[in-house]
Design a protein around this ligand. Structure first.
Ligand code: APR
Ligand code: PHB
Length: 394
């Protein structure tokens, strides 16, 4: 089999890149390890920056998002018994975020790809990239007991943090930057009305808590837990009690509880590899970088990588601008590191760290107070939260 761009992974990165390329008349094949049902069973984040919303519109995959997504013009920071509103719209000259679950984005992208008749091979085993440093790379994979070969011009490694693309690059060609945080997030999904119209990020002496949502009838809540915590030790009742204890009274009073539909613990990590390319293979999204979820940047960074790679590949195919290929990593990393910084900072000011002494606790609280007490501080938070601009490819 032959294609122009071989994409490893049918997560949001691979599917969105595939859709944009397909619309531009560039042929793609996606090779995914899991089944579509498995991919759609993963519960992930749900805050889309304006840039990602625009990109989904550009891809023509926006009908349901625009009908069902919730536009949020602000969010709240809660600490010290106070609730502070961060007015995204006013602080950023009219920008906002869209609340629309990653699972729904993925579902819409899968449907669009199927409607377009573009090829996706699901449940493919042992996917391997080859010849990345040559002009004619290829993938091999196993399906139904047979080994297949997919020849291509370029490979997009959209296969997430545990994928094969990054692991196929010789270690001496990559530099890894990493921080693992000494806690995780225990999250639950429930069919209950949200406690507040906007998201609430809470700093509390018992630990961080987040009130989020997927729709007016479905909520997503999180509490910080120690890294080695077991989800089996958390009954729904224990979760709700702990969440209430970490919220200001005015919110805790209004919290509607109910049975969880999903409950899981996610570790928190910051991770970047440089460069994000190796010959004709490009790393996109979680394959190249991970952020802790505190700034809601993971999915949005995947979208900006996709936008950059798409713009470059389109110019390469249409205008023969092959000199742009070597700029991919540099362009992406500038924005990646800014989002890494913001996610690390939001994590640092909102969580309890095991080694926090009285001095650093006061500093943390003062930093929060300083930022929310100054318009410049609130604007800094707001402009990062709605998403920094994408770099134009000239
Ligand atoms: N071969 C083929 N497919 C693979 C392989 C492999 N060896 N390894 C992983 N995959 C697939 C996974 O099954 C998954 O469907 O690649 C896909 C990667 O998807 P994601 O992990 O969702 O990564 P990405 O598409 O970059 O999405 C961005 O941002 O908010 C974060 O973690 C969140 O998933 C989100 C990510
Ligand atoms: C979520 O809704 O899952 C969510 C929202 C905001 C975050 C992280 C996760 O910062």
């Amino acid at each position: 089999m032959k294609t122009q761009v071989a994409i490893i992974g049918a997560g949001p990165s691979g599917l969105l890149l595939g859709q944009l390329l397909h619309n531009a008349g560039i042929d793609t094949v996606i090779i995914e390890r899991q089944t579509p049902e498995y991919v759609l069973g993963r519960i992930r984040a749900g805050v889309l920056e304006q840039g990602m919303v625009d990109l989904l519109r550009q891809a023509g995959v926006n009908r349901r998002m625009d009908a069902e997504g919730l536009v949020h013009g602000g969010f709240e920071l809660a600490f010290d018994g106070r609730r502070v509103h961060i007015d995204l719209k006013t602080l950023t000259g009219g920008k906002s975020v869209m609340i629309y679950g990653q699972t729904e984005v993925t579902r819409d992208l899968m449907a669009a790809r199927e409607a377009a008749g573009a090829r996706t091979i699901y449940a493919a085993d042992n996917v391997r990239p080859h010849g990345m440093k040559t002009d004619a790379p290829w993938l091999t994979y196993e399906k139904d007991g047979q080994t297949h070969r997919l020849d291509c011009d370029y490979i997009a490694g959209c296969d997430g943090f545990h994928g094969v693309a990054r692991q196929s690059i010789p270690a001496e060609s990559l530099k890894v930057f990493e921080r693992v945080y000494p806690f995780g997030w225990l999250g639950i999904l429930a069919d209950t009305p949200p406690v507040s119209e906007e998201l609430v990020y809470a700093n509390h002496e018992r630990g961080f808590a987040l009130c989020s949502m997927r729709s007016p009838t479905r909520t997503r809540y999180y509490v910080q837990v120690p890294a080695d915590e077991k989800v089996e030790d958390w009954s729904d009742a224990r979760f709700w009690d702990e969440l209430k204890a970490r919220l200001p009274d005015s919110l805790a009073r209004n919290l509607v509880t109910g049975p969880s539909i999903e409950k899981s613990i996610a570790p928190l990590r910051s991770f970047v590899v440089e460069p994000m390319q190796y010959g004709r293979m490009f790393l996109v999204g979680d394959a190249a970088h991970i952020v802790p979820p505190t700034g809601a940047k993971g999915l949005n960074l995947a979208a900006s990588d996709v936008s950059t790679l798409f713009d470059i590949l389109r110019k390469v195919y249409r205008e023969g601008r092959s000199e742009l290929l070597e700029q991919y990593s540099r362009i992406c990393l500038r924005r990646v590191w800014k989002a890494e910084r913001f996610s690390w900072w939001m994590t640092s000011i909102l969580h309890r760290f095991p080694d926090t002494d009285a001095f650093s606790q006061r500093l943390q609280q003062t930093e929060l107070e300083y930022f929310v007490g100054s318009e410049a501080g609130r604007r800094t938070i707001a402009e990062n939260y709605v998403g920094l601009p994408y770099e134009a490819i000239e």
